[in-house]
Write a protein that binds this ligand. Sequence first.
Ligand code: NCD
Length: 305
Amino acid sequence: MNNFLTMEGLSKDELTSVLDLSDEFVEVLARPIPKVPALRGRTVAMLFFEPSTRTRMSFERAAKALSADTMSFSPGTSSLSKGESLKDTALTIKAMGADALVVRHSSTGAPWRIAEWTGLPVLNGGDGAHQHPTQALLDALTIRQHFGSLEGLKVAIVGDIRHSRVARSDITAFSTLGATVTLVAPRTLLPVDLGDWPVRTARAIDEVLDSDVIYLLRIQKERGGASVLPSLPEYVSRFGLTWERFARMSSDSVVMHPGPMNRGVEIAPEVADHPRSLVEPQVANGVAVRMAVLFRLLGGEAEDV
Ligand code: NCD
C-alpha cells in the first residue's frame, strides 16, 4: 500500500486482511496501556481543509497509539488565508518532516493531487462527495463485530446519498464483503445516474424496515442537500427513522450513523441512544482501523504489536 485514497478496487481478501489487522488494534486499545511502539520516530500530519471532529481526532489518537508524532494544520489560521496555494501548503508541511499526510478537502481528488505533489503516503480523510475510505472500514468492522460477517446481510443506506462520500465508500465496502445494499432517498438526493453501482433502490424508509442494518446519513447542507428538498417535516415523514418505525424493525437489527447526527431529522433521539444504535462502537472502531492503515502505509513491524 502506498496511499489509502479510495475503497474502489480493493478485493474482498485485501479488505478482510485490513479488518483482521484492525481487530488486533481493537485488542491493543483495550490494554491497560493502549500504545505500541510500531511507528516511533515517524510523523503524521493532519491536513483538514474541512471541519471534522471524529475523523481528525481519531487519526490523531491512532497515530499516537502507534507512538508516531502528529502535526496539525488548520486552514482558518494558516497562510492559506494569505493566498498560499494548496500545493505550496502541502510541500511546506512535507519540508518540515512529515512522513504521511491525512487529507480532508471539499474538492474531489485533492488527496490524489497532494500525493502526486509530495510523493508522501496520503490517507484520504474525505474528499468532497467522493470517497471516505477509512469511514467505510470502520463501518464494515463494526458490522462484522456485531454480526460475525457481512455475507448475506441486508443493509439500507438512507438519506443524502447524492452528496455523501460515506455512502460511496460504504456501498463498495459492504457489497465487496457480501452484503446487499439498498439506497433510500428522495429522487433529488440520489445521484442522477447510479451507473453500475451494485445497489437496489427504495422510495421510502418504510420499505426497508426489514433490514439488518439501517445506516442513516445527514442532509449535507454545505453541499446543497437541503435546497433540493420540499421541507424538513416532509423529509422526516418519508425518510426519518422515528421511534415508531424503529419499533417495527427486528430485535436483531441495528442502526448506524457516521456522525454528525441531526437528531430529530434523520434519526429520532431515542433511536440514537438505544443499545441497538452502533454509533459509539463506530467511533471507537475508527481509531483501530486508522491504526491499521497507518501501520500498513508506514511499514510498521508486526513484532511491535
Ligand atoms: C462524515 C463526513 O465528513 O463525510 N462524517 C464523518 O467523517 N464521520 C459525514 C458527514 O459529514 O455527514
